[in-house]
Design a protein. Structure first.
Length: 255
């Protein structure tokens, strides 16, 4: 089942076109990685998919039941708030589950706090009382992801969630996102780490000029681009002629 469909979208800032006539769709339960040359509008593409920005042309359609949460590259927290306080603040609306008596409200708050601690622990964060001002960039990413996951989104959009993480935590985060996609939470994310793209179900590869040159499985990507090393794809997609060739190939492929 399609939960999000992006059709023929174009976006430019002044004379600089970030991407042109891009189309793809997300199936429920997929994990999709967006990869591309620097400056191709990957972050903007995610914001448009999340409904935070409008395309100049084209359309984005999401299924009615889909709750979307977006995680930016640089999450911001109040320095004096503890980790647990920040996660709970980001989900204050959920505290309304405890409507009614003080006892019922207290149970709702206790349940949400328990879920927050469980989610933080899954992400390797166990010092719930640590001040957010003391966190590294990578730690802030994990806390922010926990905050978004607590809302039980059907579509989680992450802008470079593994940046700033060590290699072992990078893979752990990718594995967690894959597990989430198998638990009824579709994941769309920007990533630069090619070593873990096999943990994605599909890859969207953008070339120079923001042109969508490939959308398919990571296993088929090297053959599609006729390279021995996946890293060689970047070199190809710096060349406008190669980008146009693969744009045509993508739009005329059977899938």
């Amino acid at each position: 089942m399609n939960i999000l469909t992006v059709e023929n979208i174009t976006k430019a800032y002044g004379e600089r076109k970030l991407f042109d006539n891009a189309s793809f769709y997300l199936q429920e339960g997929e994990k999709v990685g967006v990869i591309g040359i620097n400056g191709t509008g990957k972050s903007t593409l995610l914001k448009i998919a999340a409904g935070m920005e409008e395309p100049d042309e084209g359309s984005v359609t999401k299924a009615n039941h889909v709750v979307v949460r977006f995680l930016s590259q640089q999450p911001v927290f109040e320095p004096e708030d503890t980790i647990l306080e920040s996660v709970l603040k980001g989900n204050e609306k959920s505290l309304s589950v405890g409507r009614g008596s003080d006892e019922e409200k207290g149970h709702g708050e206790w349940e949400l706090e328990s879920q927050a601690k469980s989610m933080l622990t899954r992400l390797g964060v166990t010092d719930f009382g640590q001040k957010c001002g003391e966190l590294s960039g990578g730690q802030k990413k994990r806390v922010s992801i926990a905050m978004e996951l607590l809302a039980s989104p059907r579509l989680l959009i992450l802008d470079e969630p593994t940046s700033g993480l060590s290699p072992d935590l990078d893979r752990s985060m990718m594995e967690l996102c894959r597990k989430l996609s198998h638990e009824n939470c579709t994941v769309l994310m920007v990533t630069h780490n090619m070593s873990n793209i096999n943990l994605c179900d599909k890859i969207a590869f953008l070339g120079t000029g923001g042109v969508l040159c490939y959308y398919g499985s990571p296993e088929a990507m090297d053959e599609y681009f006729d390279v021995e090393l996946t890293s060689d794809i970047f070199e190809k997609l710096h060349d406008p002629e190669q980008v146009e060739y693969y744009r045509r190939k993508y739009f005329t492929s059977p899938e």
